[in-house]
Design a protein around this ligand. Structure first.
Ligand code: FAD
Length: 143
């Protein structure tokens, strides 16, 4: 059973760019091994992540991630059974806020700042679909 889970969480203030880099590379390594694909968005101190894969692999990975002390307040925004993956070529693509992609974040923001905790499930799903459709937005590494 293929599922897609989207959650958000808040980064601990002590976490540096180097830590985010390490999170991304460990994610890519482990996800390749576990048949998981997805994307990690990081903006305004908030992570928004999409995980796709076998239900048991995604559940296991999510519980490991939720216990990670580098972030807190994890909230599942969307969980659905799906027929196909969106992130077919990404074991974990990365998207950080930049001046160039600011309109994407504003598009899904109720206020002036993008806040996934305040988004509807349909909005975060649509946002990831848009990111995948514009795959050049995704990076393999944290700049
Ligand atoms: P190890 O090889 O044991 O550790 C990898 C590195 O991370 C080491 O440098 C270690 O010191 C450091 N590290 C591990 N856990 C912690 C911790 N709790 N606090 C500080 N440093 C730590 N993992 C995935 O497998 N797939 C994902 O998609 C994924 N996404 C993540 C998204 C976010 C927002 C965060 C915060 C973490 C994510 N992780 C993901 C990492 C996950 O939480 C675990 O740290 C990781 O899966 C452990 O894998 P490992 O045992 O192979 O790592």
């Amino acid at each position: 059973m293929l599922i897609r889970l989207i959650y958000c969480s808040r980064v601990r203030p002590s976490v540096s760019t180097l830590d985010v880099r390490s999170i991304l590379s460990v994610s890519q390594r482990n996800n390749a091994h576990n048949g998981i694909t997805g994307g990690l968005v990081f903006t305004g101190g908030i992570f928004l992540q999409c995980l796709e894969g076998h239900r048991s692999a995604v559940n296991e990975t999510y519980h490991r991630i939720a216990a990670d002390s580098r972030h807190f307040d994890p909230a599942i925004l969307s969980w659905e059974e799906v027929d196909s993956r969106q992130f077919t070529t990404w074991t974990m693509g990365y998207l950080g806020y930049t001046g160039e992609n600011s309109s994407l974040f504003l598009k899904y923001a109720a206020g002036k700042d993008f806040d996934p905790y305040a988004c509807r499930a349909t909005a975060v799903r649509e946002m990831f679909a848009e990111v995948v459709a514009n795959a050049k937005m995704l990076k393999q590494n944290v700049d």
